[in-house]
Design a protein around this ligand. Structure first.
Ligand SMILES: O=C([S-])c1cc(C(=O)S)c[n+]([C@@H]2O[C@H](COP(=O)(O)O)[C@@H](O)[C@H]2O)c1
Ligand code: NI
Length: 367
């Protein structure tokens, strides 16, 4: 049901972020008194959390030029910057001159700084957001009626999945859109997830037909995304750099399989395995680094043994060894090849001897 600053605050608190964490972050930024207040509410029978932002003077207007001088922190700065750029584009002005809407700069500061502190507190590796319902109809703003989605929302959510409705109300506000666009790392359906906490955030509106809430599911990612593409027109010398870039962008593995394509053309299938939350960044690297213009994507189950790194010494050279085990015991012991090769070079010994010795030492340590 869209997003707004207060719904996001409610969802974070509902998911277990202590309110004082958000309050402390807001106090550290705003000179004026701002109080966050938690209320348990229901929305169409659903238990939800509402966070009220109480400010003394809600008419204070500040420009981005003034707000950016505050000690906002990286996330909040990036969010305000996105908002200022979107408003500037919509109103044909510069980001520096943008005023933060008629609701007053203090609410915006509390929403942005509080939500960003909550996200930092959760220490998320990835934040995935489903299609944003933006609502419909019109809103009355300071300068007159605006269509919904409001122009700044359209600007902020360019290039990500949104849909109109399901209600003729403003479901996504500019602040909500800015928080999403600056902090979401992947867009689309819920990835495979072992859910640990759920936050159900409510705003002020309670329409009759739908529970107007924003849900935040916090958990451990399970499974992996497999990206595949067949490529017959990339200079083959580029492949090692492309694979290196994919691994640097967060892929857990990337490999090539030689194939023969239509018209008898020799080609490669590029396969990339990546955690769901990193898929977006890795997908982009595939398009940037190769000549592929399309991908196949599937979710695959992953079964991984528990791994542990230990260090062994061979003739005074340290070699890292990966030990893999299940509850019944050690199943595999594998020295890191680069360490083995470096030690063999330094010692003037054959690689296969150093490898054997490192493996034997690690076995006596690990068993
Ligand atoms: O007053 C202005 S300039 C204004 C512009 C826009 C644009 O999208 S541009 C939107 N609004 C409306 O103000 C309220 C408050 O938004 P918050 O994000 O601060 O909660 C909302 O209804 C916007 O659509 C005002
Ligand atoms: Ni505006």
């Amino acid at each position: 049901m869209g997003a707004s600053g207060d719904m996001l605050l409610g969802a974070l608190v509902g998911a277990g972020v202590p309110l004082p964490v958000l309050q402390d972050a807001v106090d550290a930024v705003a000179a004026e008194p701002i109080t966050l207040r938690e209320e348990r509410v229901t929305r169409r029978g659903l238990a939800a959390t509402r966070v009220h932002v109480d400010v003394g003077d809600s008419t204070t207007r500040r420009t981005w030029r003034e707000i950016r001088e505050l000690p906002l922190g990286r996330r909040a700065f990036a969010t305000f910057e996105r908002l200022a750029e979107a408003e500037a584009a919509v109103h044909a002005t510069t980001p520096e001159e943008v005023h933060f809407h008629e609701v007053g700069a203090l609410d915006a500061i509390a929403d942005v700084v509080g939500v960003c502190a909550g996200l930092d507190h959760l220490g998320l590796e990835a934040l995935v957001c489903s299609t944003v319902s933006v609502g419909g109809g019109f809103v009355d703003a300071a300068h007159g009626r605006l269509p919904v989605p409001a122009p700044a929302v359209v600007e902020l959510l360019r290039g990500v999945p949104t849909s109109g409705g399901p209600l003729e109300l403003e479901l996504c506000t500019p602040t909500g859109a800015a928080l999403l666009s600056a902090n979401v790392t992947g867009w689309g359906a819920q990835p495979p997830l072992e859910v640990r906490a759920v936050g159900t955030g409510a705003g002020g509106r309670d329409p009759e037909s739908h529970a107007n809430v924003l849900r935040l599911l916090v958990g451990e990612q399970s499974g992996a995304v497999l990206l595949e593409t067949n490529v017959d027109d990339l200079d083959p010398r580029v492949w090692p750099a492309a694979i290196e870039a994919l691994l640097a962008a967060g892929a857990s593995d990337a490999w090539l399989t030689p194939i023969v394509m239509k018209k008898g053309r020799p080609a490669h299938t590029l396969s990339v395995l990546v955690a769901p939350g990193r898929a977006e960044a890795v997908r982009r690297v595939v398009f940037e680094q190769t000549t592929s213009i399309g991908l196949r994507e599937s979710t695959v189950a992953k079964h991984a043994l528990q791994r542990q790194m230990v260090a062994v010494e061979v003739d005074g050279r340290s070699i890292a060894v990966k030990v893999a085990r299940d509850p019944a015991g050690v199943l595999n012991v594998q020295p890191e090849y680069e360490d083995v090769a470096a030690a063999a070079r330094a010692l003037g010994r054959p690689v296969k001897d150093v490898l054997q010795e490192a493996t034997a030492r690690a076995r006596t340590l690990a068993l």
